[in-house]
Write a new protein. Structure first.
Lengths: 229, 559
């Protein structure tokens, strides 16, 4: 019965990526190569990020909030943004529209993230006899992450690829970019405020990602309207 | 060409090694993920002259249930968790005689009774003890075709039991379709133990040889059997039977070593201290021990006092003899003991039980001496001879049923009577081991040894030759006596024992199949909804409908 549970959790974690790919016009324009490339870029970025985290961050003995360390963490968080920038602008894509490009990049990015972060715990944990809600929650988190990553890619494409940005949107775009970059610090701060409970941490992450992605959706919708004009 | 092939092979090999590493990691990580892991103690499994007794299985992989239901419900895949005090023994007997299938039995021993000694009255303790020993006797003498385990009640287990009970109260017992808890214990098939060893330990306190004495001084032997037998070998602590006797023997050895260390007070008797094994098996170890003596030594033994269970709350002791009470030695011993017991406020009685040579059952340790024509008595709180494997220090025989004062009184009784015999002060009232003298009994020493003995299971087949307990007993004896000798013998007779006495039980909280199906339904509908939503928002409703009308949508496009 436990393989069943594993299957359920895996479907919840990785299903939305497949659904997104097949349901949207991404599949029609054969953007699979772009997705794979984005995933590879994610791999490289994750590696660089790990190395940086291991090199520059000190191991914290106590749970105090150290502004300097948090600043460093935020700076390292920008490596993600750099990776995304690379994936969006430097990769030689096949001639697909900007609209599909950022979706493909976001999807590949989110999928690679899900596989790296969730596949191993899922395989190890969800097949055990013991039943916990953790892996179902993790699947939900993967969904939120997909939305977040696609919005992030949309934001990136708005910032770097579009030439004629509408004036009114620019501050919103940069504000959301700032919020996203400082996300890890915000969540860790929230977690500390919330009794150091790991569940709170997840919840906070979940909520803030939804808030930010909602903000991004706005920008992304705007872009749609701009493109269609 | 060849070069690329080699390179390809190398790549293949590295991939293989990575895969192997991944598999190894997976295997390692999966070891422990249960919601609770607890120590459990298996019911003893043994053969008595070929016929099987005890629990015949070891491994468990079943759902938890809370009570034996009326026959008809299928419990063949359910492990019943039940606190021992709530166990209905007649129902269990019914289950066994009618051969109803049962997945297993997990008996929970309450730890509280041991800790809340003060709040429990003696009656309570006695009641619990009698219930426990009834269950124990039943389990020992039954042939149970499923695994039976004992565990201590802890908070975690109590919580799980409460959950299981709640689950059971709602209706049917838990099976694979309703979820609940799963008890998993993977163990190999129990194997027969190769020839169990019995270890006897002896020590001497040599007496003072006078000028005119012959070659050999008379000897008095003080003997106690130290091993136990119980339903759960790992829980057979036997504090009273016969931990109290062992402790008394050690304290007597200590007292007399002080007395004998001074040449002025050294008596004209050798004292022989013997800690024997194999007590539950007709005192087989005692027999082997006595047979290892040469004839002259055996004849020099004036008499032997066997100490057996002297720590109960009852204030009476019995002197069991197999020679008629008119025998001069026995008369003397009993008179000495009764004068001292009067001073101590204990009642002491004399019980005579003849030995039936044709019967292989040896109920008392002194009977082994008597069979070899050595005068011997047993001092015990038990008024009647126990049946085989009864009163051998099982699960009910724990530290809190032993009364330290009784043990101290017993020690004093035996020590004073020995002094009277050795120095020939019969019938006079005096006290050598008075409480505040330099020869006083040390209650702390007694308590410490009682505590240690009560923490150590001592079922002989599961005690190795160099078990820490044997080493400790040997060291203690050699501190007080000389010529300490450890003798290893093989238990002969009709017993065959099986291994696996302790194990780790994993308790998992599992979800039911229906729940998994429900989740599958939810996830599936979520994915379908997501798909429809995305198709409608990006391509329009018509596209979605067309997908369902004509599945190969590409053909539509090319056409």
């Amino acid at each position: 019965m436990t393989l069943f549970h594993f299957f359920n959790c895996a479907a919840l974690t990785f299903g939305p990526h497949a659904v997104y790919y097949s349901a949207t016009p991404l599949s029609e324009y054969d953007t699979f190569g772009t997705c794979v490339k984005a995933a590879l870029v994610y791999l490289g970025t994750a590696l660089v990020k790990l190395v940086c985290l291991a090199t520059f961050l000190k191991v914290q003995e106590n749970d105090s909030f150290d502004p300097y360390q948090e600043l460093l963490k935020a700076l390292i968080g920008f490596i993600d943004v750099a990776g995304l920038y690379f994936a969006l602008t430097q990769l030689t894509h096949r001639n697909i529209s900007q609209n599909h490009k950022f979706q493909a990049v976001g999807l590949g990015w989110a999928f690679a993230d899900s596989v790296l972060h969730r596949l191993a715990p899922l395989w190890v944990g969800a097949r055990g006899l013991e039943f916990t809600w953790d892996f179902l929650l993790q699947g939900l988190e993967a969904n939120a992450n997909l939305v977040l990553n696609i919005s992030l890619a949309a934001l990136g494409s708005l910032m770097w690829l579009r030439k004629n940005k509408p004036k009114t949107l620019i501050p919103i775009i940069y504000l959301s970019a700032g919020i996203l970059a400082t996300m890890p610090s915000i969540t860790s701060f929230l977690a500390r405020a919330n009794d150091h409970h790991p569940e709170y941490y997840e919840e906070a992450f979940f909520e803030s990602s939804i808030i930010v992605s909602l903000g991004d959706k706005l920008g992304y919708k705007e872009e749609y309207s701009v493109v269609s004009h | 060409m060849a070069c690329t092939k080699v390179r390809g092979n190398e790549v293949l090999y590295s991939v293989y090694s990575v895969l192997a590493l991944v598999f190894v990691l997976m295997a390692c990580v999966e070891l422990c993920d249960a919601s609770a892991v607890m120590d459990v103690y298996r019911l003893i499994q043994y053969d008595l002259s070929g016929s099987p007794f005890g629990s015949r299985r070891a491994s468990l992989n079943h759902h938890a249930g809370s009570a034996l239901f009326s026959p008809g419900t299928d419990l063949s895949r359910t492990v019943i968790m039940v606190p021992v005090r709530e166990l209905n023994i007649t129902l269990l007997r019914d289950y066994l005689t009618n051969k109803y299938p049962l997945g297993g039995l997990l008996l929970l021993l309450s730890k509280k009774s041991a800790e809340e000694k003060d709040t429990n009255t003696e009656e309570d303790v006695g009641f619990m003890r009698s219930v426990l020993s009834e269950i124990e006797q039943f389990l020992i003498h039954a042939n149970i075709p499923y695994p039976v385990y004992f565990a201590h009640e802890e908070e975690k287990v109590d919580a799980i039991l409460a959950d299981v009970k709640k689950n059971d109260a709602t209706g049917q017992p838990a099976t694979a379709t309703t979820g609940g808890f799963k008890l998993v214990l993977s163990a190999p098939e129990p194997k027969k133990l190769a020839s169990p060893t019995l270890t006897n330990i002896q020590g001497w306190l040599p007496g003072l040889k006078g000028e005119g004495d012959g070659a050999q001084l008379p000897t008095i032997a003080i003997v106690a059997s130290y091993d136990t037998f119980g339903a759960a070998p790992a829980l057979a602590f036997g504090s009273d039977s016969n931990g109290s006797g062992v402790v008394a023997l050690l304290e007597i050895a200590r007292l007399f070593s002080r007395l004998y260390s001074n040449p002025k007070t050294r008596g004209r008797y050798n004292l022989l201290f013997g800690l024997t094994s194999g007590g539950p098996y007709n005192y087989n170890g005692t027999l082997k021990w006595l047979r290892s003596f040469d004839q002259r030594l055996r004849e020099s033994i004036d008499y032997a006092i066997c100490l057996n269970s002297i720590g109960s709350w009852k204030n009476e002791l019995w002197l069991h003899v197999s020679k008629p009470p008119e025998n001069a030695y026995i008369k003397q011993i009993f008179e000495d003991l009764s004068t001292i017991s009067e001073q101590l406020g204990i009642t002491i009685g004399l019980k005579h039980k003849k030995i039936n040579i044709s019967n292989s059952r040896v109920a008392w340790e002194h009977e082994q001496f008597s069979r070899l024509r050595v005068t011997a008595v047993t001092l015990s709180e038990l008024s009647a001879a126990p049946e085989q494997l009864e009163q051998t220090g099982g699960i009910s025989d724990t530290r809190h049923i032993v009364n330290e004062t009784s043990v101290l009184n017993g020690i004093k009784l035996v020590a004073e009577s020995l002094v009277r015999h050795i120095y020939g002060y019969h019938g006079k009232s005096f006290e050598i081991f008075a409480d505040d003298s330099s020869l006083a009994i040390n209650p702390f020493y007694v308590r410490q040894w009682l505590d240690l003995i009560s923490r150590t299971p001592r079922v002989a087949p599961f005690l190795s030759k160099n078990d820490p307990l044997i080493a400790a007993l040997k060291k203690e004896l050699s501190d007080h006596t000389v010529d300490v000798h450890v003798q290893h013998e093989v238990l002969d007779g009709v017993f065959t024992f099986y291994d696996l006495i302790t194990a780790k039980l994993h308790i998992y909280q599992v979800a039911s199949v229906t729940f998994d199906l429900f989740i599958l339904l939810m996830v599936g509908s979520y994915l379908i909804l997501l798909f429809s939503f995305l198709v409608i928002t990006t391509r329009g409703l018509d596209d979605l409908i067309s997908i369902f009308r004509r599945p190969p949508s590409r053909k539509v496009k090319t056409a």
